[in-house]
Design a protein around this ligand. Structure first.
Ligand SMILES: Cc1ncc(COP(=O)(O)O)c(C=O)c1O
Length: 415
């Protein structure tokens, strides 16, 4: 069969597809220790809440209405309005329903946005999305219809006490010129748990405005929901910012709901793309989230249940790792948010891809760091020395997985 250029590109077995496959296989393999994928934790309080919300929505007709009707291409009106009001009241942002569009998961929102802005332009030039700091979210990597739509920069590495470290944007290196279509960063960052400081965000905003390009902030884990953010920072939005959110890490990845908060021109573009690509985004997630807003539960549960759950899990995982791996070349990125720890094995004699394969053979699924250095030239040792570990499993699984990681890392250093 002959595929088109588009077909060839999107028929690749990309890093993100491998990750989703591993996740799917692992979920069905007895005994597998899943420290790989990005599935949120099954938090009992949240599961009970969704159970109860489903009962209520079934009884009052909201669930069947969501299942049985298309929403408009911008996404469920009632939810978009309720969200705009929530942001106005919570943060004083000057937004209305004209600033919000929904997509089938924020992953597809990024596909729309990157291709709306980057790649081949009408005048024949080629533009890229600038990622101020790699490692960055694996899911961006293959999202361009055109090739080569990302450029990224190595971070400054700050070594911290207690075996931790933190990445910072190296502003001296960043070059924004006519070839840049947008700046994009996840905050908190998947895979590292880094949170760009308020200072870094303001500098990026200034840079974006100076060059008349948008700043895309991927807020899949951030404020005000799901609030898996432990650093003391402020949320950020203005009419040059495209803030992307998701219901997934609230515990609802199956409803596939992404939220894009942007100026009216971007909102209209997203709405038009929705119409062509999917008619309308799914109605079910917005119905649940709207129910949560009406009840006053969305922010409350994020702050009182989700955030403390992940924060405690992250601290425990750091503790377990530091007990199990005492080699001084091992460091953990300061856990500031998201649902992963980023492990750095300096001077590791094998690549993290090889370490991933050894761990997979022993039933531990983890993600090799190489995938996250999107938009980078090959040749930075650090890119082969890191692993992303999801820390949401129960304590017994975490201990088992970490013991095996410690053994394989010791073998690799010794060998
Ligand atoms: C940083 C980041 N952005 C976006 C996404 C996509 O999420 P979804 O498509 O489920 O909304 C993820 C998923 O893990 C993520 O980690």
């Amino acid at each position: 069969m002959q595929f088109s250029k588009f077909g060839e590109k999107f028929n690749q077995y990309s890093g993100i597809t491998q990750l989703m496959d591993d996740l799917n296989d692992g979920l069905r393999t007895p005994g597998a220790i899943m420290l790989g994928g990005g599935n949120p934790a099954a938090i009992p309080t949240m599961l009970d809440y969704f159970h109860q919300a489903s009962d209520e929505m079934l009884a009052n007709g909201e669930l069947i209405a969501a299942l049985a009707n298309y929403d408009g291409p911008q996404g469920k009106d009632a939810f978009v309005k309720a969200l705009a009001q929530l942001f106005r009241e919570t943060y004083g942002w000057d937004i209305s329903e004209k600033n919000i569009s929904l997509t089938n998961g924020s992953q597809s929102g990024f596909f729309y946005l990157f291709n709306l802005l980057a790649g081949k332009q009408a005048d024949g030039s080629h533009k890229k999305v600038l990622l101020p700091l790699a490692p960055e979210y694996i899911g961006y990597g293959d999202a361009g219809i055109d090739e080569d739509i990302f450029i990224s920069y190595q971070p400054d590495i700050e070594l911290l006490d207690n075996g931790l470290f933190k990445y910072h944007v190296d502003f001296e290196q960043l070059t924004v010129d006519d070839s840049i279509a947008a700046i994009c960063a996840s905050r908190p960052t998947n895979p590292t748990g880094n949170v760009l400081t308020d200072g870094e965000i303001h500098k990026l905003d200034k840079l974006a405005r100076q060059h008349n390009i948008p700043l895309i902030i991927d807020n899949a884990y951030g404020l005000p929901f799901p609030n898996i953010i432990f650093a003391d920072v402020q949320p950020f939005w203005n009419d040059n910012t495209i803030l992307c959110m998701s219901l997934s890490k609230l515990g609802l990845p199956g409803v596939r709901c992404g939220i894009v908060i942007a100026n009216e021109a971007i909102t209209t573009a997203m709405t038009n793309m929705n119409g062509i690509i999917s008619l309308a985004p799914s109605s079910v997630g917005p119905a649940y989230a709207n129910h949560m807003i009406e009840k006053g539960d969305l922010l409350k549960l994020s702050t009182e249940v989700i955030k403390p759950f992940y924060q405690q899990k992250a601290q425990r995982a750091v503790e377990l790792l530091q007990q199990a791996i005492t080699d001084e070349r091992f460091r953990i990125h300061k856990p500031e948010g998201a649902i992963f720890l980023w492990l750095w094995f300096d001077e590791l004699p094998i690549t993290s891809m090889a370490l991933y394969a050894r761990l997979k053979a022993r039933g531990v699924l983890i993600v090799p760091g190489e995938y996250f250095f999107i938009g980078q030239e090959e040749g930075w040792d650090h890119a082969h020395q890191c692993l992303r570990m999801n820390y949401v499993q129960d304590d017994e699984m975490m201990q088992k997985g970490i013991t095996i990681i410690a053994e394989e890392v010791a073998k690799a250093y010794a060998g």
